[in-house]
Design a protein around this ligand. Structure first.
Ligand code: FVH
Length: 296
């Protein structure tokens, strides 16, 4: 562990998230240097005590730890390729959202340039950074994670997922998939009730309560999926099919397209067609053809 308040930190990229990260480092007492491609996004940070520099090269030279939070994988290379020589031996944490393959490519690039590299996924909005509820997922160099863990905890809870730099991104994107599909389900419901005059906002209140009551059952569903034994039946696939058939029919009657609900019913139908109708509804997971689970 470092003496974390003495650790100097550079943040490359002052979008909404980069500004929040830099503000959290400053608030935690780290001398913080910031750089952004276009000017004018650093005023608040300078007022808080950060140092703004004109070039990425100056920014990289300034600190013990370099954190990048840019738009995408391509912009990471645009910014970092020209300063790869300066980064050699200097720990780099990429908090730009990149796919697992992109994170692995960056790790390979970093290794080729002698840069200790950690990739991260941010499970927070800018407003949440540095507050309870903010969580960041990391994978890549365990040395970088262990050495700078206290510094990274300034942003939110820090969790390490292993040496393969793509792992944090994979978990990040898996969680985001749950978020996007859940929101899509809400859109579908809001579309159904629109014709009776219920606002999407009112439906949002109802959906939030309903989903919050159900979400604690996810780990138990996961435990069943992990065993691959779907014989302990709380709700059989045939019951879920009847429910989804009715939802599809009601959606058609309400004039709502089936882009969201139709594929969910397909997952259930495929398991019933394979002869598993009496088994637990969690078996719909198998329709996704997941790869075998390997030890972590
Ligand atoms: N904002 C959020 O809620 C999410 C939460 C989860 C993680 N994401 C990811 O964080 C990355 C940055 O997100 P952001 O919200 O800061 O994004 P923007 O406000 O759009 O800022 C983008 C910054 O990237 C700079 N930039 C873009 N292209 C280049 C380039 N070719 N060369 C140099 N810099 C570049 C941009 O600079 P400028 O346009 O101001 O000059 C901004 O600093 C992102 O991966 C999210 O998925 C955030």
């Amino acid at each position: 562990m470092t003496s974390s308040t003495q650790t100097t930190v550079t943040v490359l990229g002052l979008g909404a998230m980069g500004r929040a990260l830099a503000a959290a480092f400053v608030a935690a007492g780290h001398p913080t240097t910031v750089w952004n491609r276009s000017p004018g996004k650093d005023a608040d940070l300078i007022a808080r005590g950060a140092t703004s520099v004109a070039t990425a090269a100056e920014a990289v030279r300034a600190s013990d730890l370099v954190v990048g939070c840019l738009f995408d994988h391509g912009s990471v290379h645009e910014v970092l390729d020209p300063v790869a020589g300066l980064l050699a031996g200097r720990p780099l944490v990429n908090l730009t959202s990149t796919e697992p393959a992109g994170a692995r490519e960056l790790a390979t690039w970093a290794a080729a340039n002698g840069i200790p590299f950690l990739d991260g996924g941010i499970m927070a909005t800018p407003e949440m950074i540095g507050r309870p509820g903010s969580a960041l997922l990391y994978s890549g160099s365990s040395d970088v994670f262990d050495t700078f863990r206290d510094v990274l905890e300034s942003l939110g809870t820090a969790e390490y997922f292993g040496a393969d730099a793509g792992r944090a991104s994979l978990v990040d994107f898996a969680l985001l998939s749950g978020m996007y599909v859940m929101f899509a389900g809400y859109y579908h419901g809001a579309a159904m009730v629109r014709e009776i005059g219920m606002s999407a906002e009112e439906f949002g209140n109802r959906a939030a309560s309903w989903l919050a009551a159900l979400l604690p059952s996810l780990p138990a569903a996961g435990a069943q999926i992990d065993t691959g034994d779907y014989s302990q039946v709380l709700q059989p696939l045939t019951f879920t099919k009847a429910a989804l058939d009715a939802i599809v029919s009601a959606s058609r009657d309400a004039g709502v397209d089936l882009d969201i609900v139709g594929p969910v019913r397909d997952l259930v139908d495929r398991q019933i067609a394979a002869g598993y109708g009496a088994q637990s509804s969690e078996r719909a997971f198998e329709s996704l053809n997941p790869r075998p689970r390997i030890a972590s």
